[in-house]
Design a protein around this ligand. Structure first.
Ligand code: ZN
Ligand code: ZN
Ligand code: ZN
Length: 244
């Protein structure tokens, strides 16, 4: 089984999935538009406002008395008390009514398990290693182009190709291209190129004003050997960092 057997339409969708996996590996949440208009993916990430490190949206469990942070593995040790509003009796465990007076008027008191502490355990918003308590959201829009190695008849051309159109050149600092190049002859090995609109324009140079480009007939062909000296697009291989 190889991507070679996929139809062009399915292969294009496959490329979007691959791009999504690569992005989620790098901490991005990936969203797909309701219908195919212009963007293929919208991606989102929450990061520390100060140092840019990925933000952990899970709040920590902290004892309000001794200050200990309760780790995921120790969560189960939190003592579940149900306090009776009528007689103040501390019922241990998940009871429906007070063991002392029978009242059903109880409230939860998650309690620190440390010897003699008895503090209440609260949720505390995540704090970054850098000390910052504030975060920000980043959004990017992505256009995915997918290519398999090109063949002419039975002859391998050892090239990939993507179609670019003037309408793809949205002038927006948060818009990027991901070109998913797949070597179907080598276990579908994936070579993702990540570039901004500016990168594309700069690399294209004068060719952008060329007739074929203006006529929507531009097809970028490039060698599958990305490390080859002078490779036009090779420097964008695995360039996911620019999305940050
Ligand atoms: Zn930070
Ligand atoms: Zn405590
Ligand atoms: Zn009671």
């Amino acid at each position: 089984m190889s991507t070679q057997t996929l139809t062009a339409k399915h292969f294009s969708r496959f490329g979007e999935f691959i791009a999504s996996f690569e992005l989620s590996k790098r901490g991005w949440n990936v969203y797909s538009p309701m219908y195919d208009e212009y963007f293929d993916l919208i991606i989102h990430k929450v990061v520390c406002k100060k140092c840019g490190k990925q933000w952990n949206p899970t709040p920590a469990l902290v004892c309000s008395k001794c200050g200990s942070e309760i780790s995921t593995t120790n969560k189960t040790r939190i003592i579940a008390y149900k306090i009776c509003r009528d007689c103040n009796h501390k019922n241990r465990g998940n009871v429906a009514k007070c063991k002392k007076c029978g009242s059903k008027n109880l409230f939860n008191r998650p309690t620190c398990y440390k010897q003699g502490c008895n503090g209440i355990v609260n949720l505390k918003p995540h704090k970054c290693d850098c000390g910052s308590r504030s975060y920000k959201s980043k959004f990017r829009t992505i256009q995915v182009k997918s290519s398999r190695i090109e063949y002419k008849g039975n002859k391998c051309k050892n090239t990939y190709a993507v179609d670019m159109k003037p309408k793809d050149l949205l002038e927006n600092l948060t818009h990027f291209y991901i070109w998913i190049c797949i070597d179907q002859d080598n276990n579908d090995k994936i070579y993702p190129l990540v570039l901004s609109v500016k990168d594309f324009k700069q690399t294209m140079g004068n060719a952008l004003g060329g007739i074929s480009f203006l006529k929507d007939q531009n097809r970028q062909h490039f060698s599958k050997d990305f490390a080859k000296k002078g490779h036009r697009w090779g420097k964008f291989l695995n360039n996911f960092q620019i999305l940050e």
